[in-house]
Every structure is written in C-alpha cells, then in structure tokens.
Design a protein around this ligand. Structure first.
Ligand code: GLC
Length: 430
C-alpha cells in the first residue's frame, strides 16, 4: 500500500507539455504529451525502444545509461528543448513497487515481472535516473515518478468521472485507488487534512507472500522457486499474464513425464522456460473452429507437437483452468478495494494484455465480482464495470506531472521535495 503523493483527482483542465517515460515491461516508451486543458484535446508523439534481456538482467548503470540514451535520442529527434530557463518537465512511469517519500522519489522494494537488475533494489530509482541524465547533460527536470496503475486511474478519470480504480491486468497484476489521508496511519504525523484524498498504489501482486490464504498447485510452486525472486509476488504469480503460459508449459511437461501425453514426440522446444506467452493461451481459448484446428496449428507452429483428439481436449481444459483462475483472482483484488472503500458503483479502468486481449477475461472477471460482492442474480446491468483505461503511462504521467506543478505553484507542497520547506522534513513513509 504505497503512498503516491498524487493528491486527488485531476480537474480535466491541466495544461502543459511533458516528456514521459514508461519503464515496466518489454519496451521502453518515450512520449511528448501536450495537454491543452480540454479532455479530448491531447496530442501525443511517441517512440518505443526495445529493452534487451541483457539489460533486464544486468547492472543498474547499464539500465539507466540506456534509458538516458533513449531520452536523448527522443529529444534530439523531436527537437525538444528547454523553454527559456525552464527545463523540460518529465513524468516517469516506473511500474515496479517503489516506496516514495516524495513524488519525485521511489525506492525500489523488489523487482517484479522477471526483471533482475543488480544495484536498484533498496535504492532510489529516481536519483539513479537523474544521475544518468546529468551525465549526459540532458535539460530535463523530473517532476513525478508514478506507477502504471495510478497513471491509468488518473488518465481515465480525466475523461471519465465515473472512474474509481485504475488496474493493470497484463504482465503484472495490480491496482490503485483514492484514499482519505485520515485513513492512512503512516501519514498521521504530517499535518494533512483528514479528508484530503491521495492515490494509493496497492501493489497487491505481493498479497499472500507468506502463503497463508491461497492454495497453490505444484506448477505454481515450481514457477515461484525458479523465479529470480522466490517468495515475492505470490498473488501476481497466480494471476498475471507473465506467468500463465509458463503454467501451461510446466503442466504439459509434467503430464508428458508421467507418460500421459505426447509420447514418442520430441519436447525439446517445450523445454525452454517462458517460451509460451499469454497470447498462446488466448489463441487456444479463442479457437472458433469446431475441429480445434487453430489449437492444433498453434502447438505445431510454436512447439512442433502434433496433438491427438484427446490431447486437444486436455490442453484446452488446461488453458481454460489457468485463464479462468487468473481472471477470478483479478476480480478478488478489485473487489477487496471496493469493499474496503464502500465502492458500490462506477468504473474500473483497466489496461494490460490480459484485460485487452484475453477473449473471455471480461466476462469471467465480472462473474467473479458478482459472486464476491453478492450482486443480485436478476440484475439488468452490473453496478461496477470494467472500462478500457486511457494511456496511463504516457498521458497519465503527464497529467500527474501537471497536477504536481500546479500544486507547487499554489504552495501546496505535500509530498513535493523542496529542501527549503521545513514542513517536509517530517515526511518519511518508507
Ligand atoms: C507489478 C508491479 C506493479 C505494477 C504491475 C503492473 O505488479 O510490481 O508496480 O503496477 O506489475 O504492471
């Protein structure tokens, strides 16, 4: 439950041009976002840069110098320069658990989603990036470090005032919501009015890390043991896209080793960890053919395996079980926030590959929400619905940076670093 220092909802009138960076998965995305103060009047220019496996498992210096290099390439290519004495304002979406004493600060608690870079955990990711930018003399001023869930919530509420929660159901699984300052014990020593709202990044991918609540299969245990951070992100490892293809792969290998399937076939291609992604699972689940030939083709193309009719039925059931469990757990996380906050209606703005591309996700998620929250059977509409989030890590980061700059101008400096403001010396929520 990380305090984000995003204080309340946007007005929809935020203006300004912001550089943003999205670091959280396969690609690194840099954007130039122009906010014109009207909800449908946003211009966005963006480029993507590939994050190699070497960087994802390398050293901190390598990561940050690569990030700074991408920023430099982007500002050169798009002719961005400081406005007079004003450095280019910058919002950084860092989609990992970060504890923040200020909005432009974030101590990485643990890498998640398969990242394993030495020298960042326990350190302030914002300072490390600032150092790398300074080494290149980049004319950039970091205004805010945010999480993708908070970005999704704020960007979506800019357009849709019914937004209550921002969620990511993708490579990882997490959500953010708005909380009253008075309900946050770790803020009690700061003189923030009790009814002032601020966003909380739940990081509930780490729920049940001590394995007291949720049952795990032997495949879940194996995924955890063989991951770079065993014991971390217990809930995420059961429900997020990054792990679902791997569950299917481990089940197939196990059934093969028990002599039950794919006898006389070469499983060499199946032996590669994480070779199957969620897209593979979705294709199986989405197979519209009556003779399952799409599924047959997928196994042939990706793994070089030929399936018998019975094997086809089995893999389809496995894919169903994995995806259905994931979607139902994703609903539990959101339902827990709704219960705690007494949210009984509104929109859950969701982004991520599972939410957007997994064919049956939405229906399964809604059915599980209904079960957990006891919605009446004979309803005509669901009181809480899933909506497609606006671009949180680009537009959301820009809006949050604009909100932060506006607050600073008004002298509302809660969670904004300013060595001269004595009030802030008390901030320490780590
Ligand atoms: C992981 C990260 C979290 C992020 C989520 C979705 O759970 O720890 O910060 O929000 O993935 O990307």
């Amino acid at each position: 439950m990380n305090v984000t220092w995003v204080m309340g909802w946007p007005s929809g009138k935020e203006t300004g041009s912001y550089l943003t960076l999205d670091l959280g998965g396969t690609n690194l995305r840099v954007c130039w976002v122009e906010l014109h103060g009207r909800e449908h009047d946003i211009k966005i220019t963006q480029d993507k840069y590939k994050l190699t496996e070497e960087i994802k498992t390398g050293q901190a210096e390598q990561l940050w110098s690569f990030v700074a290099e991408c920023l430099e390439t982007f500002i050169t290519k798009h002719n961005l320069s400081p406005n007079g004495n004003e450095l280019i304002p910058f919002g950084f979406t860092f989609s990992y658990p970060a504890a923040q004493n200020f909005i432009d600060h974030g101590v990485l608690q643990t890498w998640t989603k398969g990242f394993d870079i030495d020298g960042v955990e326990g350190e302030d990711a914002a300072s490390q990036l600032k150092l790398a930018m300074a080494k290149k003399d980049l004319p950039i001023r970091l205004v805010a470090l945010i999480n993708d869930t908070t970005g999704a919530m704020i960007a979506s509420s800019y357009h849709d005032p019914e937004t209550r929660i921002g969620a990511i159901f993708g490579t990882g699984c997490n959500a953010a919501y708005m909380e009253r300052a008075g309900s946050i014990p770790k803020l009690k020593d700061l003189d923030i009015p009790a009814d002032c709202e601020l966003a909380i990044n739940c990081e509930y991918g780490a729920f049940d890390n001590d394995h007291r609540v949720l049952p795990r299969t032997k495949y879940d245990v194996q995924i955890d043991n063989e991951s770079p951070r065993p014991g971390e992100q217990a809930f995420e490892k059961l429900s997020a896209g990054y792990y679902m293809g791997e569950m299917l792969r481990l089940a197939i290998i196990d059934l093969h080793e028990q002599g039950l399937i794919f006898q006389e076939q070469d499983l060499m291609k199946t032996k590669v960890p994480y070779v199957l992604d969620t897209g593979f699972l979705s294709q199986i689940e989405d197979d519209p053919s009556t003779d399952n030939h799409v599924t047959r083709q997928c196994f042939n193309d990706s793994l070089g395996l030929q399936l018998s009719d019975n094997e086809l039925i089995l893999v389809k059931r496995l894919a169903h079980a994995i995806a259905a469990r994931g979607a139902r757990l994703c609903a539990c996380g959101v339902a827990a926030i709704c219960r705690k906050q007494h949210i009984t209606s509104g929109h859950i703005a969701a982004d991520g590959s599972v939410a957007n591309k997994s064919p049956k996700f939405k229906a399964r998620w809604a059915a599980a929400m209904a079960e957990v929250l006891d919605w009446p059977q004979e309803r005509t509409t669901d009181p809480i619905t899933l909506t497609s989030a606006e671009d949180g890590s680009g537009i959301g980061a820009a809006i949050i940076a604009a909100m932060t700059d506006d607050r600073a101008k008004r002298g509302d400096v809660v969670g904004i670093r300013d060595e001269k403001t004595r009030r802030l010396s008390k901030v320490n929520v780590l």
